[in-house]
Design a protein around this ligand. Structure first.
Ligand code: HEM
Length: 170
């Protein structure tokens, strides 16, 4: 490494995050994701996902959604996925452009990660209705595609699916 250069490229995978290594990569929705909720019209969206590491015992992620026709940016979130060493216990920490910050906890079993919100915080002027709980499932399917399903409850609706999306690795 040249003097003064900060090197994070091609860092060796920290063995602690090996159980989550199937999530690593750049992923693009294929086909577009499906959005649903009892209070809204079903919609579709595109999403680009980057899940990376820099040698630390955690993953870094960003999820950036776009309108399928106009390609305008929509929902965005980024954060970290941590795993408790020597266990399958996972924490998912995300900051969203809607003014919401969430911490989810759960477990990784094989190529499936199931998590549920432990706490959800938001800025005081976040749009209503407010989210009360979130659950997510990620899995690598038999075709090598990553899938994410997100359900939520709000101050006006019980726990219901909001998103389902499949991504191919690019
Ligand atoms: C609406 C939460 C991710 C697109 C909403 C609503 C909530 C919410 C609380 C209002 C529901 C209602 O009016 O009853 C979340 C959470 C997310 C998430 C917690 C992530 C964990 C996404 C993503 C997209 C998206 C990835 C993709 C574009 C929409 C749209 C609406 C909506 C189009 C309806 C219009 C609007 O209220 O802006 N979401 N959302 N959401 N969400 Fe999400």
């Amino acid at each position: 490494m040249a003097s003064g250069e900060i090197q994070t490229e091609a860092a060796q995978l920290n063995p602690v995050i090996e159980p989550l290594s199937w999530m690593l990569g750049t992923w693009l929705s294929d086909p577009p994701g499906d959005g649903t909720f009892p209070s809204m019209k079903p919609f579709q969206y595109l999403e680009e996902v980057h899940i990376s590491h820099v040698g630390q015992p955690m993953l870094n992620f960003s999820f950036n959604a776009f309108h399928p026709d106009t390609k305008k940016p929509m929902h965005r979130e980024c954060g970290f996925i941590r795993i408790q060493p020597d266990t399958n216990k996972v924490a998912f920490i995300s900051a969203q452009n809607t003014g919401l910050v969430e911490v989810e906890e759960g477990v990784v079993n094989g190529q499936e990660l199931s998590i549920a919100s432990h706490s959800v915080a938001r800025i005081s002027f976040a749009k209503k209705p407010h989210v009360e709980q979130i659950t997510r499932k990620f899995r690598l399917n038999s075709e090598g595609k990553l899938e994410q399903t997100v359900s939520m409850s709000t101050t006006t609706q019980p726990m219901t699916q909001h998103l389902h999306i499949t991504y191919k690795k690019v």
